[in-house]
Design a protein around this ligand. Sequence first.
Ligand code: SF4
Length: 742
Amino acid sequence: MLFGRRKKNPIKLADKGVMEWKYATCSYCSVGCSIEIGLNSEGRAVTTRGVGGADVNRGKLCIKGLSEAQIFEASGRGSEPLIRGKIFEPWQSCAWDEALDKTADEFKRIQEKYGRDAVAVVSTGQIMTEEFYTLGKLVRGVIGTNNYDGNTTLCMASAVSGYKRSFGSDGPPGCYDDFEHTECLLAFGSNLPEQHPIIYWRLKEALDKRKFPVIVVDPRVTMFAQFADIHLAITPGTDLVLLNALAHVILDEGLQDVEYLEQHCNGFAQMRELVQLYNPVYAAKICGIDEDTIRNVARLYAKADSAMSIWTMGINQSTHGSDGVCAINNLNLITGNMGKPGGTSLSITGQCNAMGTREWSSCSGLPGYRQLENENHRKEVAAVWGVDPALFPSERGLAQTDIFPAIEAGEIKALWLVATNPMTSMANSPRIRKTLEKLEFCVVQDSYQDAESVQYAHVFLPGAVWAEKEGCFTNTERRVNITRASQPPFAQSKPDGWIFTQLARRWQRGRAMQWAETPEQTFEEMKRLSCADGVNSPGANGSPRMLDISGMTYDKIERARGLQWPFRESDAQQGKVVGTARLYSDGEFQFPDGKARLLALPYIENNELPCGDFPFWLNSGRVVEHFHTRTKTGKIGNCNKFSPTAYMEINPDAAAEQGVEHMQYVRLVSRRGDAIVLAQLTQRVPYNMVFIPFHFHECVNRLSLGLLDPHSRQPAFKQSAVRIEACDQAEAARTNAAMRTF
Ligand code: SF4
């Protein structure tokens, strides 16, 4: 018998006629891959390739990056500004001036009638950092509303909150290079191969050279869990109990790093007292991990010379998200795993520029990790912007998840959505729909006119996408990387930064302020605010400001394929060509006394739990082919081909009991609403859980509850209760086809 091919038939790459390659940073996830866009003789993007010399991805790209050239001319691009009197009426095309005048006039009218904060702004993690900075300048310095947030509250707010509570500042302390040094990796709620494929490849590369234990904590047998040495199939929402129990074992057995604790941490006594309550026998009953495994994992972690923790939404999207992050930080502080190669707490961010909005957008503070609560910070920013510091509030306003209830309560009358799509991304979408219908005025600014939230807008502003403009993103490991404009904006769409400055000039205050003409000029303004130079205050502990980008220039960033902050003017003067790989290597944290805080974190059960009427946990997450609400990937050939529709994973035993067959449609019902999904029978989920990818409109978020974390205001997307009902197969197939709007 013959095996293999009889004839050689090599795969041939089609000649795409590339005449020029332009440098960029991938615009999907926070891994931050360096990418080149191939342009043909007409200057049209025809392909992409990874950049070999880039430290992040070393020439590789995932399916999304490989097909990214298709986003420029994908269907649904917004080609011109649109306007209408009432939602659901037909759109009228209009000139930019008319759309911007209408937007400014409506904001002014509503603020005069109801007060400054009656206008709310919800932005994104998708636009350039320079655009975030400009948006912040417009919202805080011109429009003057305090109800301003980013959609990053749905994904990273708990990490931000946890970093601030433990270390005194936001800022992921570690980097991808830590995989090369660690002796133990503990991953919480992170399906790395599907969510962040190139980071996973970096991990595999490190494991190929040197074996170390990989422990994955996840209620589901994810792809990552299948590759792990130990999989802890935890009960949803109980990570805090497991983390307290791990700390309990470490302290009980004297495995802590006593010297590190004494020199660099506060709060040890209170934390020890709390974790004493979480012995593994007690914890096992709540978190579902047996006591021996808890002890083994604690010993493995504490005895490793360096150990690191990574996490994503399994921790963040929880009513205990912020506490979970602090508990991870506790674990690393008591074992002395902070700021050293292979020893860190590294949140893996979601969107390509979720970090950029955290750093520079002013949505929860002021630029450069400044705080609204700090008078000096308000004065510094006001001086650079040329505004009265009294314009700034002394505390942050509503988070995105509180803005929608405030619309419902009639406190907010106008909403500006910038590159975000709450009709698909927010929990309990039936309620969000009614909320959006209540607005007196809604403006949506997006590259895609068919994003579901546009249905509720009175004005649509078409934004340019990704490499139709220039600017920087910051990735998960604090690496600032650049995208060069490879082509002009589609049709009449405009760069978001242009839209912000044009809108600003419609206020007298805005006309009196200086607005940069180019993204590079904006970057120079940000650099001035980033360093402690006698005008700006130093970091909270008296040391130089942490988020210092003063040594960077666009050319240096491109040459280095990204620079990790801090990268100071003095670094540049010394001829350094790489940034700072790790934070807190000197053991100096961002609290006034320079010490980190260990926190006592009691677990309080406060979620919706499965019950007789709704017997299944509803879990959600990503698939590798899609990004967020599919505004982009839903139109891209292979992404859509490989993942065309929503589905539900169900355990075969549960399916048999419910009378559900593989590839049969079912109706899922929660206390919020219902959704039709296609059943996939798999052992990846336990008997009492179903899993649905979150990307699809009119699906998982019709069901989800989304209770909020008290510190971060992030919703618990992954912990709701549902039941399964039979449905008419032909009707379900028709409904499902109609839902696939792209
Ligand atoms: Fe883009 Fe993320 Fe894929 Fe890299 S891993 S190519 S950044 S989507």
